[in-house]
Design a binder for this molecule. Sequence first.
Ligand SMILES: Nc1ncnc2c1ncn2[C@@H]1O[C@H](COP(=O)(O)OP(=O)(O)OP(=O)(O)O)[C@@H](O)[C@H]1O
Length: 622
Amino acid sequence: MDKQTLSFQAEVKQLLHLVAHSLYSNKEIFLRELVSNASDACDKLRFEALNDNALYEDRPNLEIRVTFDKAARTITISDNGIGLSADEAIANLGTIAKSGTREFMDKLSGDQQKDAQLIGQFGVGFYSGFIVADRITVESRRAGLKPEEGVRWSSDGTGEFEVETITRPQRGTDVILHLRDSDTDFLNTWRLKSIINRYSDHISLPILMRKEQWDKDKGEYVLLDEWETVNQAAALWVRPKNEITEAQYHEFYKQISYDNEPPLAYTHNRVEGRTEYTQLLFIPSKAPYDLWNREKRGGVKLYVKRVFIMDDAEALMPVYLRFVKGVIDSSDLPLNVSRELLQESRDVKAIREGSTKRVLGMLEDLAENHKDKYAAFWKEFGAVLKEGIGEDHANRERLARLLRFASTHADEGVSFADYVSRMKEGQEAIYYITAETLAAARNSPQLEIFRKKGIEVLLLTDRVDEWMLSHLYEFDGKPLQSVAKGAVDLGKLQDEEEKKKAEEAAAAIKPLLERLKETLKDKAKDVRVTTRLVDSPACLVGEEGDISGHLARLLKQAGQKTPEVKPILEINPEHALVKRLERTDRFEDLAHILFDQALLAEGGQLDDPAAYVRRVNALLAG
Ligand SMILES: Nc1ncnc2c1ncn2[C@@H]1O[C@H](COP(=O)(O)OP(=O)(O)OP(=O)(O)O)[C@@H](O)[C@H]1O
């Protein structure tokens, strides 16, 4: 192929611009990214060679070399991995194939500072070379192709790149960075070594650099023809725990997660027994931008006997732990394991169960011993963890203990155990209310009697709460009871006198109830007297087993059909407004207003807001 000039995909141009302008604060990451690509290329070769050993040609030892040339002002990162064909170079280095990166591009705000932070979550990979280089040349040959089928790719990182065929006897890739004038300080063994130590120590392949020696005559260090390995060259998770520093764990985490913040916690174990594997799992400090995408595959990489098999092996972690990042290295799975096989494998099932327990153990430890960290975790990931209540029956008990809520007694951080420890003498149930917002929950009329009696109520406002509650009926033998469903049954918390008073009030008000029922028959399935209200005239409740108004609204928002369930209107016979009903000549207006206000108070929407306004105005004017 003669030399061709091609244009970058529009998104690449945008990305390149961003790379060159936003990443100045942390220039040295270019080396991490390019070494990581070189390592990936070696992993890919090892993987393909499982089925075709000839791909190793005569160089089975995979390695990465980092060299520099002061005179030419270049740094070269070389690998003898899978290499690129000409077509692959055009496709992979001229476009953004990864959907993640494309999504990232969509999220760019144009605000450089924000975008630079965002970039940390993605890693710009190959293009990060342009942070320090004003031209990058890639020379490569794919394993298995002939020497004449090599390719040279070159670009100054603006709009276009050039490709041509070259002859290249050795397989693999050289990425040659032509440094900008301002970045020649990277042409220094010590500097490069220290960057490799910081970012790439855990890369499992040897990273080689030429040795240096002090030359007395020249009065400077000169490079020798001898090479030395400058990293540990052992996969981090294989090394004994006591030889790994906290900083190394954190760096490894950053590398696999693209998260700039250190992880909240990690766990590193060798599991022995029927299924043998090593797990190194991290809990991030911050939720990724796509946490809510349940389709997104998990963040756990699968290795088999240190050979990289796949990213995002979702079968290794339950969906509700999709925020966990890390590596699992199995000693038992076959090297040619596929995603389909993973789904069925008994070993994988054992690994998933073991890893789930480990993560829950980590969370329990945080909850117990590092309360601040657990609170931070809960803020970021609590709502996702709640999915586990419905999805992971085996661990439901443990998960329930990890849940945290707001309540009428505390703004956040209330566990079921806290709640139970504060239960009143004679209180049998754990009371909760669901609502769209904390304010709506806190101010619901249904809470009035509980507040009056000092009984704590959990305030649930996450979207997933209703669903979660359909899978969780009790904690520690105490039933969970909605304060907005069924008749209030405070059981032993209510004394006989109160009960008697309520019954008498109900009897006295019977004719009024009948009238209300008739007037509101299209809106309410029943109207009854309640003791749950103190300051409000009325509230809506559901029948035990009915879906709540809150859930019905959530489902409606999600575009799902919901069964038409009419609520029950409960009225407070002591309230002035209710008393007024008995002698008003605008009974119908007032009845509707009572209902509509009860609906508004629980966060509902009126079917006919104009009618409501008209009625209120009529009353105000009258
Ligand atoms: N040293 C290399 N050898 C072979 N192919 C490479 C090499 N470096 C890059 N590539 C190819 O170029 C593609 C783009 O690289 P880039 O670093 O931009 O993205 P990525 O590696 O897919 O993602 P990321 O680096 O964010 O994990 C790679 O997927 C790979 O196909």
